[in-house]
Design a protein around this ligand. Structure first.
Ligand SMILES: Nc1ncnc2c1ncn2[C@@H]1O[C@H](COP(=O)(O)OP(=O)(O)O)[C@@H](O)[C@H]1O
Ligand SMILES: [Mg+2]
Length: 315
């Protein structure tokens, strides 16, 4: 299990993530959704202790009961990263070495983390096939720049499953891709995690994507979890006005021509000038005086959680 407890992330005296509690069990598909700047990526990076210098983390992050912040880099690399948890990022190009054939890159990862060399080429080709890469033998010999964005992301997925991790964290893995390729990658990830009973933490700004790949979701805004619960329940009856706004941004019809996506009015507050009280109050149609002054606690309603003084339903 991945277990994040009371996580806060501070950067230059600014609290960019506050009091996040989140769990992912094996076999569970969990989402984090929220607009850009909500703190989704820093939360994900903190799980693997991948935040760059300058970030201060408080609270605890445990993976299979092991506190990540008590492990040194060597142990993290030999025991946790790739083998227990692997991460897929939005931009596969930055994660792939441009000078190495993709087959060799996956081989290196397996040799480094598992020390295994026997039948390595066959293993890599079978991984490429698992990631539904056509002509796996040919693609094995390709360099990253010879592959499309969608194929590169499939290579990242092949790499992510190479050491049979218990968990995969995917941070906006489809955001840079066109809609059709996005659907294909979601289909692939869904099948892979189901087959292997992998726990998935999937991050997206897009509730539509989240609804297709998660069982449970955490809605983040300005560094806070605003709402969490089963994805289908939240989609049907969002309790938080922010969640309702995000869901309203899901395009209803797949048009052929250009379509304008609805957007939530206003912007995510700058971390250096967060509003007082509930950070969403300046954009909230339900806000009252208390919302400007006090931050609501997160509380449980009907097996779900919501951080709001005036939730839409369930109160
Ligand atoms: N490397 C960094 N240095 C300083 N601030 C950062 C860095 N990365 C993220 N932040 C800040 O942390 C906040 C949350 O960012 P992030 O987790 O990237 O949001 P999201 O992934 O939800 O778009 C933002 O205000 C962002 O400006
Ligand atoms: Mg991000």
């Amino acid at each position: 299990m991945i277990e994040i407890k009371n996580l806060s992330i501070i950067y230059e005296n600014f609290t960019i993530v506050e009091d996040v509690n989140l769990t992912v069990k094996k076999g569970e598909r969990v989402g984090i959704v929220g607009e850009s700047g909500s703190g989704k990526s820093v939360t994900a990076l903190s799980v693997m202790k991948l935040l760059p210098g300058g970030f201060k983390v408080t609270g605890s992050v445990k993976v299979n009961h092991q506190d990540i912040y008590l492990l040194n880099e060597r142990d993290l690399n030999s025991k946790i990263r790739w083998k227990t948890v692997s991460v897929i990022f939005q931009d596969p190009s930055s994660a792939l070495n441009p000078l190495l054939k993709i087959g060799n890159q996956i081989e290196e990862a397996i040799i480094y983390h598992e020390g295994r060399r026997k039948n390595i080429r066959e293993s890599v080709i079978s991984l490429l096939r698992k990631a539904a890469i056509p002509d796996a033998e040919v693609k094995y010999e390709s360099y990253p720049h010879q592959l499309s964005g969608g194929l590169k992301q499939r290579v990242m997925i092949a790499m992510a499953i190479a050491c049979n991790p218990d968990f995969i964290i995917a941070d906006e893995p489809t955001t840079a891709l066109d809609k059709k390729t996005e659907r294909e990658i979601i289909f692939l990830l869904n099948n892979l995690v189901k087959e292997e009973n992998t726990g998935l933490l999937f991050i997206s700004h897009d509730f539509d994507v989240i609804s297709e790949i998660t069982d449970r979701v955490y809605v983040m805004y300005a560094g806070y979890v605003m709402e969490s619960g089963r994805t289908e329940n939240i989609l049907k009856t969002p309790f938080h006005p922010y969640t309702k706004g995000l869901i309203a941004c899901i395009p209803k019809v797949e048009g052929k021509g250009k379509r304008k996506l609805p957007v939530l009015p206003g912007n995510v507050p700058d971390i250096k000038s967060k509003p007082s009280g509930c950070p969403f109050h300046p954009r909230c149609e339900r806000a009252k005086e208390i919302c400007k002054k006090e931050l609501p606690e997160i509380k449980e309603i009907n097996g779900r959680e919501v951080r709001c003084f005036f939730p839409i339903a369930g109160s």
